[in-house]
Design a protein around this ligand. Structure first.
Ligand code: SF4
Length: 582
C-alpha cells in the first residue's frame, strides 16, 4: 500500500518493546538512503560513541520495493566502529521484501539486549528471544539453527553476525540470508554491541498492487529491459568476476598488496575460470529476475577413504580481488575455500583481504613478527590465510585486535603506513588512477559504489580536477536517487530518471515523480550533513604513498593532480553538507 508518510518500527532492545511511528518526509527523501539519513538525524546521539546503547541501527527500504524488479536492497545505517561517524551499508537478499510484507518502511533498533538475543519482527509479531547458546557460533552454524527456530521459508529474511561482530570488529559484516552482506564499515559490530546475534524479518502480511493498466504496462517495460535486452546480460553470464581479466589486461588489478597491477597467473581466478570449473548455479535476490549471484563450491576431505563434504559459496569480483589477487592466491578453489572461511567468521571480505595483504608485506619487511601474526603469512598461501582470518575475527591477540580496527591503525603502531592500501577504508579492487582513489578515499561510504571513478577514468584521460569533482557530485546524486529507491545499482542503466518517474507515478507517488533532481539534492545534502555532524573532516583524509606508485595502462600517477583533486573534492563535500569550507 502506498502512503505519503513512513511507517517505522522502533524497538527498544533493553525492554523488548516496540513503538510504531508515522513520520513525515516521504516527498523529500523517498526512502532507502534518504530515509536512513532522516532517521539517523532523529535518533542518533552525536555526543556519544558508536557503541553507546542508545545509538540506532537502522534498516530502511524504498517506495518501490515490492512493486518493481531489482528494488531489492535494504539500506542499513549506523555510527561506524571504523571511524565513529555516520555510515551506510547496503545489502540485497530477502530483507527488503520481508520488510515490505511486514508493512514497514524502516526498522530502528536502539538500546542493548540484556543477553545475547534474536529479534523476530513481523507485521503482527515482535519478540526478543534469549539466544545465548548461539553466541560464539559461526555464521553457517547459526544460520542452520536460526532457520529451524524461525519457520516461514520464503517469507522471512535472517540477518546474523559471526564471531567478528560479537567481538565488535570494525571489519564485521551482517550476513543477509545466504549469500548477501551488509559488508562494509562494521555494521556487524553494531549488532554485536547491541547483543543481537540475529534479526529475523517475517513478511507475514500482504499488500495490494495498483489496479488499472498503467502499472502493468510500466512493470512489463521494466521487466522486458532487465530480461530481454543485452543490458543486464553481463551480470548473469560471467557476472562481476568478468572484471578480473579486464582489469588485469589494463594493469589496474591490485595484486600482492598493490605491489603489482597485473599478474601472469591471473588465468587461475578469472570469471571464465570460475565459470568453467567451479560454478554450480546462479541465485538471485527476492524480486530479481537477473540472478547475478554466482554460486560455486568448496569440498573438503574429512576421511581417508575419499569421503568429502562440500559447501556452496557465492563469489563476485570484489572477493576474488581481495582474497585472491591481493593475497597472491591465484587458484579459484583456493579463493573459494578462503572465502568460505571469511564467510563463517562474519568478516567483510574486502576489508579482511586487504588488511591481511598489508600484514603479509609488513611481515616480509620485518615490521611484524610471527609472534604477532601467530601464523607465517606468505603471499599465495591460502591455508595459512584461513587461520589468519579466524585470528582476525576473534581478535586473538593485540596485533589482530588492532588490525581489525583498521589497517592504518596497525600501521601506525608497527610501521608500513606508506603501503597500507586504505582509501577511507580498505580499498576496492580498482587501481585505475587518481579519480578512483580520491573518490573512494573521500566518498560518503568510502565505497566503489558511491561514485564510479574507474569508469570515468577509462573515458576521461585528461587530468581536470574541476571536471572530476563535477562528475563526483553528479554521479553521487544520481546514485543517491537510486539508493533512496533501494534499486540495485546494476540496474542503473534500466532505471533512468524517466523510467523511475513512470514507476513512481503509476503506483501513486506523483509528487516524488515530479522532481527527482530535487530528491537527489536533498538526499545528498542530508547524508553529507549526517557524516559531517559526526566528525568527518574530508580535508584531513590522507592517501598512502603506495597509491602514488601505481603504474597502469595510463602510465603513472600524478601526485600533484592527486592532491589538487583531493583538496577540491574536500571543499565540495563541505558545501554539499551545507558547511563553509574548512
Ligand atoms: S542483479 Fe544481482 S545483486 Fe542486483 S538484485 Fe539481482 S541478484 Fe541481487
Amino acid at each position: 500500500m502506498i502512503r505519503d508518510h513512513f511507517r517505522v518500527l522502533r524497538v527498544d532492545l533493553a525492554s523488548g518493546r516496540g513503538e510504531l511511528l508515522e513520520l513525515e518526509g516521504r516527498n523529500e527523501v523517498a526512502g532507502g538512503s534518504g530515509l536512513a539519513a532522516l532517521l539517523f538525524e532523529r535518533f542518533a546521539r552525536l555526543d556519544r560513541p558508536w557503541d553507546d546503547p542508545e545509538q540506532p541501527l537502522i534498516f530502511a527500504i524504498g517506495p518501490l520495493t515490492g512493486y518493481f524488479p531489482l528494488m531489492s536492497k535494504t539500506v542499513c545505517a549506523f555510527r561506524s566502529p571504523y571511524h565513529d561517524q555516520y555510515a551506510e551499508s547496503h545489502a540485497g537478499g530477502r530483507s527488503a521484501l520481508a520488510l515490505r510484507f511486514a508493512d514497514l518502511d524502516a526498522l530502528v533498533l536502539t538500546g542493548r539486549a540484556a543477553c545475547p538475543s534474536c529479534l523476530l519482527v513481523g507485521s503482527r509479531q515482535l519478540e526478543l528471544r534469549d539466544a545465548h547458546y548461539l553466541w560464539g557460533s559461526d555464521v553457517l552454524t547459526a544460520g542452520k539453527a536460526l532457520r529451524r527456530m524461525f519457520r516461514g521459508s520464503g517469507h522471512r529474511s535472517i540477518l546474523r553476525i559471526g564471531p567478528a561482530g560479537e567481538n565488535r570488529s570494525a571489519m564485521a559484516c551482517i550476513n543477509a540470508d545466504t549469500y548477501r552482506h551488509f559488508g562494509r564499515l562494521g555494521g556487524g559490530a553494531v549488532m554485536g554491541a547491541k547483543n543481537v546475534k540475529a534479526l529475523c524479518l517475517v513478511g507475514d502480511a500482504s499488500f495490494p498492487l495498483p489496479e488499472g493498466r498503467a502499472y502493468t504496462q510500466v512493470f512489463d517495460e521494466v521487466h522486458r529491459q532487465v530480461t530481454a535486452t543485452e543490458m543486464m546480460r553481463k551480470y548473469h553470464n560471467l557476472g562481476t568476476p568478468a572484471n578480473v581479466a579486464v582489469l588485469n589486461g589494463l594493469r589496474a588489478l591490485p595484486c600482492r598488496n598493490l605491489q603489482q597491477t597485473s599478474d601472469p597467473q591471473v588465468e587461475g581466478i578469472t570469471g571464465e575460470r570460475f565459470a568453467d570449473a567451479a560454478l554450480l548455479r546462479n541465485s538471485a535476490c527476492s524480486g530479481c529476475p537477473v540472478g547475478c549471484i554466482h554460486v560455486g563450491f568448496v569440498r573438503e576431505k574429512f576421511m581417508a577413504d575419499n569421503r568429502y563434504l562440500f559447501r556452496q559459496v557465492a563469489y563476485d569480483f570484489e572477493p576474488i580481488f581481495s582474497i585472491g589477487s591481493m593475497l597472491g592466491v591465484f587458484d579459484a578453489f583456493a579463493v573459494l575455500g578462503l572465502l568460505d572461511a571469511v564467510e563463517r567468521m562474519g568478516l567483510d571480505v574486502m576489508s579482511a583481504g586487504v588488511a591481511l595483504a598489508w600484514a603479509t608485506e609488513a611481515t616480509e619487511k620485518d615490521l611484524v613478527a610471527e609472534a604477532e601474526t601467530a601464523v607465517g603469512l606468505r603471499f599465495g598461501d591460502a591455508e595459512t590465510y584461513k587461520a589468519a582470518v579466524a585470528h582476525l575475527a576473534r581478535g586473538t591477540n593485540d596485533f589482530y585486535r588492532l588490525l581489525a580496527s583498521g589497517t592504518r591503525n596497525a600501521a601506525a603502531r608497527y610501521g608500513g603506513d606508506d603501503f597500507a592500501c586504505v582509501l577511507g577504508q580498505e580499498m576496492a579492487g580498482y587501481a585505475s588512477g587518481e579519480v578512483f582513489f580520491v573518490g573512494q578515499a573521500l566518498g560518503l561510504r568510502h565505497s566503489h559504489l558511491d561514485v564510479g571513478g574507474y569508469t570515468y577514468e577509462e573515458k576521461h584521460p585528461e587530468r581536470d580536477a574541476g571536471a572530476a569533482v563535477a562528475f563526483y557530485e553528479a554521479d553521487e546524486r544520481e546514485r543517491a536517487v537510486l539508493t533512496s529507491m533501494v534499486a540495485c545499482l546494476f540496474a542503473r542503466g534500466v532505471y533512468t530518471a524517466t523510467l523511475l518517474a513512470e514507476c513512481l507515478r503509476c503506483v501513486g507517488y506523483e509528487a516524488l515523480a515530479q522532481d527527482l533532481g530535487a530528491l537527489g539534492r536533498e538526499v545528498q545534502k542530508r547524508r553529507w550533513r549526517a557524516r559531517l555532524a559526526t566528525g568527518y573532516q574530508p580535508e584531513a583524509v590522507t592517501i598512502p604513498k603506495r597509491f602514488a606508485e601505481v603504474e597502469n595502462w595510463k602510465g603513472g600517477i600524478d601526485p600533484g593532480f592527486l592532491s589538487q583533486l583531493q583538496a577540491a573534492y574536500a571543499r565540495r563535500i563541505r558545501e554539499l553538507g551545507g558547511q563553509a569550507p574548512a
